[in-house]
Design a protein around this ligand. Structure first.
Ligand code: GLA
Ligand code: ZN
Length: 673
């Protein structure tokens, strides 16, 4: 295990004593210990304090904090503070400031505000990381480095523009090739000099944030921006690694954050960590999918839940409280999907500025007499009891769900066919069905090996990268089941259409030809019958012809009534399914349920409304997580016997568990000898 020092699920989170007078630090130590907290993330936003001027560094306060938490037995996740630069630096070196999408040059303010290609930012962030690593290298309670904080955003400044040209030259070598892949013959955009290339924003190729007139340029900018920011992270990573090679390094990611290609980022992190802040409307499946994505970007390796609010956020339009039991339930949900840490933002509620109304373990009242504190404390006691049992455990999935940032960017900045086309939503439709069936899913990217899977679902595979079709072909020929949908196989990695009929290179695998695509205006729908039941066809209806595929369903209305809506093609030892329109929950559940059943893929436990189940496995054994997201008790029948890690209660094979609303069990399955 990469973080071999940890003995139990990490429990704690962001602690910002610098925002409070020293008199209460002692009290914090006591209250946090009493809540069974063992890990504190320190120094997340302290650059201005650590470097008061260009020449001067001052670590005295951090020294004090580091010593205090060590004396009190806490482990530390030490941040580098480079998520927000000091005001003096912005004044002295304006190159550190970003330029917005609309071309506006920023002044000092906010956070996550540095230009990733600013020489000043790179120089001083690296230097700070280095100094921190040298200073604290011998603190054996540091369990991880936390670089910067929630990297993100974009910059359109002159430095970025110059760097973009260098990036393009490296990638395409010649202007001829660049003109080809961007199809600049369109609207007479041919470039004759690299210097003519400008960044794609509101001043150039965009008419709004997500709509570009030249998708190829925009796509390359997004890649470039993600890589530029990653480069900043890597510079700090390399500097720290040289000094403390034994301490794992992470940065806190944000789940389905569109701006950064986390699949690429994960390669350069020792361990993935992420911040889980669901929107009010997010379903348990949506949260589960985010956890699975964070596990998936690093090939299934467990991750750290770096942040979540114990109670409430401050930045949603409506900041609803987490109801009693929900913080606990969602914490275990993270663990069920691969987390080895349950951490919060933050330990004590701050006194001023925009996060003063953000939830914390210790509230403004400053005591342990709050609902939130009590819930945190109770969960802390449970995690202590669970100990090291689940650490490092992995998920064994037979279903792979494809997700790719390039495809996300490209599919959504295309003009047409529908403004309602949202890649994540399409992937979620499929995920939700597997989730409701209690079938574990691994989220995979273009580079991942498919050898261990029986099913590969790739909804809205608009972009088929060169070579990926071959991977799918082999997978299917060897007996795999491939599922894709409308608006797939349209373009290559440059957003250039694959000619010769849709779905391009997937045509032989699916045995179909898509002739046209009809976008259905909001509120309208077609329908089809699948295995005796009628289901809706929405958003986009592909008009397709079978070229050998068996037609399972056909449209029922409009001029294309009778044309195929769902097809299956027998290809090698496997099959290729095509779902030509968006449908509804009932369809996905039935359709994917049938496919899994035919492929012999078992749910971890029989599905029930409101019940989420997941499994993890390590050298200690196999763990079945049962989570009741509903508001009423569930009666769950277990196939195998086991002992609940939380209560110690034992269940025999075929036994019943009465799982209270918001309740959780973690059964360590008794393996038959
Ligand atoms: C993010 C940040 C934290 C804090 C929280 C508040 O996740 O990383 O610093 O601002 O949001 O929800
Ligand atoms: Zn910039």
């Amino acid at each position: 295990m990469i973080y071999n020092k940890i003995k139990k699920i990490l429990y704690g989170g962001d602690y910002n004593p610098e925002q409070w007078p020293k008199e209460i630090w002692k009290e914090d130590m006591r209250l946090l210990k009493e809540a069974h907290i063992d890990t504190l993330t320190l120094n997340v936003f302290s650059w201005a304090a650590l470097q008061p001027s260009e020449e001067e560094y001052d670590f005295s306060r951090l020294d004090e904090i580091m010593d205090m938490v060590k004396e009190n037995g806490f482990q530390v996740c030490l941040a580098t503070s480079t998520g927000a630069h000091p005001a003096w630096m912005a004044k002295k070196y304006p190159d550190i400031l970003r330029r917005d999408f609309n071309g506006m040059k920023r002044k000092f303010g906010g956070r996550h505000n540095s230009c990733p290609n600013s020489p000043t930012y790179r120089k001083y962030s690296l230097r700070l990381a280095q100094k921190l690593a040298r200073r604290y290298k011998d603190y054996d309670n540091i369990i991880a480095w936390h670089i910067s904080n929630e990297y993100g955003g974009e910059c359109y400044c002159e430095n970025c523009e110059k760097a973009f040209r260098v990036w393009l030259k490296k990638k395409y070598k010649t202007l001829e090739e660049l003109n080809r892949v961007w199809n600049t013959a369109f609207w007479g955009h041919t470039f004759y000099d690299w210097e003519e290339i400008v960044l794609p924003n509101l001043l150039s190729e965009h008419f709004e944030e997500n709509r570009s007139q030249f998708q190829g340029i925009t796509l390359d900018y997004k890649r470039f921006n993600s890589e530029s920011i990653l480069e900043c992270c890597r510079l700090e990573y390399e500097a720290i690694k040289k000094i403390t090679p034994h301490i794992p390094i992470t940065t806190n990611l944000m789940g389905f954050y569109k701006g950064l290609d986390y699949k690429m980022w994960a390669k350069y992190l020792d361990v993935v960590s992420w911040d889980n802040y669901p929107a009010n409307e997010d379903s348990p499946a949506m949260i589960a999918m985010s956890h699975d994505l964070m596990r998936g970007i690093k090939g299934g390796q467990p991750f750290l839940l770096m942040e979540q609010t114990p109670s409430v956020t401050n930045w949603l339009p409506y900041n609803a409280l987490k109801r009693p039991g929900v913080m606990r339930l969602w914490s275990y949900q993270a663990v069920a999907h691969g987390a080895d840490a349950v951490m919060f933002f933050q330990m004590r509620r701050t006194v001023g500025a925009c996060e003063k109304l953000h939830g914390a373990v210790i509230d403004h009242v400053g005591t342990n007499q709050t609902r939130v504190y009590r819930e945190v404390q109770a969960l802390g006691a449970e995690l202590e009891k669970i100990g090291q049992e689940t650490l490092g455990a992995v998920t064994e999935a037979k279903v792979a769900l494809y997700f790719d940032w390039d495809n996300w960017w490209a599919a959504e900045c295309s003009a047409g066919p529908s403004c309602e086309l949202k890649y994540k939503e399409e992937v979620l439709n499929y995920y939700e069905a597997f989730h409701s069936l209690n079938i574990p899913v691994d989220i995979v990217g273009p580079e991942d090996d498919l050898g261990s899977y029986k099913v590969l679902a790739a909804p809205l595979l608009y972009m088929t990268k060169t070579g990926y079709d071959e991977k799918i072909r082999k997978f299917t020929q060897n007996g795999g089941i491939f599922i894709t949908t409308f608006f797939s196989g349209i373009v290559d990695e440059h957003d250039l259409v694959i000619l010769g009929g849709y779905p391009g290179r997937l045509r032989d695998i699916l045995g179909i030809w898509v002739e046209e695509e009809d976008a259905l205006p909001s509120g309208t729908e077609n329908s089809f019958v699948y295995r005796g039941t009628r289901y809706p066809a929405r958003l986009i209806c592909d008009l397709l012809h079978s070229e050998g595929a068996e037609v399972l369903s056909t449209y029922e209305s409009d001029f294309y009534a009778g044309m195929p809506a769902v097809t299956v093609n027998h290809f090698g030892k496997g099959r290729g399914y095509y779902v030509a329109a968006r449908s509804g929950k009932a369809f996905y559940r039935k359709f994917l349920g049938d496919i899994c059943e035919e492929a012999g893929i078992q749910p971890v436990i029989l599905p029930q409304e409101g019940l989420e189940a997941a499994e993890r496995k390590n050298e200690n054994g196999r763990f079945l997580f049962l989570l009741n997201h509903g508001n009423r008790e569930l009666e769950v029948k277990v196939r195998e016997g086991g002992k609940d890690l939380i209560s110690g209660e034992a269940y025999s094979p075929g036994g019943r568990i009465f799982l209270e609303a918001k309740g959780v069990r973690i059964l360590k399955i008794e393996e038959k000898i």
